[in-house]
Design a protein around this ligand. Structure first.
Ligand SMILES: C[S@@+](CC[C@H](N)C(=O)[O-])C[C@H]1O[C@@H](n2cnc3c(N)ncnc32)[C@H](O)[C@@H]1O
Length: 234
């Protein structure tokens, strides 16, 4: 089983890349992103009451679990498109996991306070806009961590990064990424409104060379409100 909770196929190359990523990159990524997202929640969302959170495209659920460790007032349900591997089905960890079809989020309106998409939307293809729109109905707040491209070079680097981080796990590699402009268009089409957009997340603070290639500004986090929620708070 891999970091996305999926069983990798038997290709030696894929297994090697997935193994390297799981050992050398994923643990640090999980800690940095979880801390960043938890701080973002704390700063921008009222946290006096318990917050019901849904992690869409949760992978191995480590991000949700780390955030819950930092913010104990958050409870997490996690959904993704893979089956729980047979040998994990009885493990407590997977109680919070639900498999869905990657298209229709299986929850009622206002079932959650927050929906999180962490490095998911650029893999979702044609389902992306619909997933965003549904998220705005299901929760008051939608949190997105994703990538931004600026040129052919940043797209090339991001694709290389995605091949390293996802191809080995059988996750499709996108042809392009959001630009600030296309992200804002997607938000408008999904009837969401932007509360905060933060561009620049430092994933490799102790690796100066990597930091020059994989620039912090290739990562962003955004907090959005569902349309109904925006009207209610006008
Ligand atoms: C880069 S991984 C991120 C996993 C996790 N969110 C994290 O940050 O560690 C991308 C995840 O998106 C999931 N995914 C791809 N398309 C999806 C869709 N249409 N709906 C939900 N999840 C999707 C994949 O199965 C994979 O687990």
């Amino acid at each position: 089983m891999n970091m996305h909770g999926k069983v990798t196929d038997n290709s030696i190359l894929k297994k090697t890349i997935a193994g390297l990523h799981a050992k050398y990159s994923h643990p640090r990524r999980v800690i940095i992103l979880s801390e960043f997202i938890a701080a973002f929640i704390k700063k921008n969302i009222p946290t006096e009451k318990k917050l019901k959170c849904l992690d869409v495209g949760c992978g191995d659920m480590q991000i949700a679990e780390h955030i819950a460790g930092i913010l104990p007032n958050t409870s997490w349900t996690c959904i993704d498109t893979f089956h729980v591997p047979e040998n994990n089905i009885h493990k407590d960890k997977w109680v919070k996991y639900i498999k869905f079809d990657g298209v229709t989020i299986p929850f009622e309106k206002k079932a959650f306070d927050i929906v999180l998409f962490c490095d998911v939307l650029h893999h979702a293809g044609d389902a992306m806009l619909s997933l965003l729109k549904q998220a705005g109905c299901i929760a008051d707040y939608v949190l997105i961590k994703d990538h931004l491209e600026y040129s052919w070079y940043s797209r090339f680097i991001l694709r290389l990064m995605d091949i390293y981080g996802n191809w080995g796990y059988g996750v499709s590699i996108p042809r392009k990424y959001f630009t600030t402009h296309s992200f804002r268009d997607s938000i408008a089409l999904s009837e969401l409104s932007e509360m905060h957009l933060h561009v620049g997340i430092e994933l490799y603070p102790q690796l100066p060379l990597l930091r020059i290639i994989l620039k912090p500004e290739y990562h962003f986090i955004a907090l959005l409100k569902g349309y109904e929620h925006s009207l209610m708070h006008k």
